[in-house]
Ligand binder design. Structure first.
Ligand code: CU
Length: 151
């Protein structure tokens, strides 16, 4: 085999490796009528200028019965925010207004709808302990996952 071609192939493989190692700045979550997200853990990079959390509600039920959103907090704040979200009520889309513990939150969507929220990468510290969850009443116990933050 031609040595030059082999070297070129190796260089291309190396370049592909660099692309794969690029920081992940987009999280795509799906949630359905089974009250579950399709992922229990996601990985993002604190180096991202902005981190986009996208949610697709793959179910059929309306927002009032089976609404889903994505709320991002430090893991230590998740339970408190979930509790206050219920107090905030449906009119506030179950997100406490002006709450500094909420690092980001999408709107609440029903079956067949999608939504997203962008969070500045600098809000999440590499190696920190963060959680994403749905703040619809009764959902956060099941609909939650870990956010792994890489540098
Ligand atoms: Cu939900």
């Amino acid at each position: 085999m031609n040595v030059r071609k082999t070297l070129l192939a190796l260089a291309l493989l190396a370049a592909a490796g660099v692309v794969q190692a690029a920081p992940n700045c987009t999280v795509k979550l799906k949630g359905g009528d089974n009250m579950q997200f399709d992922q229990k853990s996601v990985t993002v990079s604190a180096a991202c200028k902005s981190i986009n959390f996208e949610l697709e509600h793959t179910g059929k039920l309306p927002v009032a019965a089976m609404g889903h959103n994505v709320v991002v907090t430090a893991t230590a704040d998740a339970a408190g925010v979930a509790k206050d979200a219920i107090k905030a009520g449906a009119a506030a889309s179950y997100v406490p207004a002006g709450d500094a513990r909420v690092l980001g939150a999408t709107k609440m969507v029903g079956g067949g709808e999608s939504t997203s929220v962008a969070i500045a990468g600098g809000k999440l510290k590499a190696g920190g302990d963060y959680t994403f969850f749905c703040s619809f009443p009764g959902h956060s116990a099941l609909m939650r996952g870990k956010i792994v933050v890489t540098p």
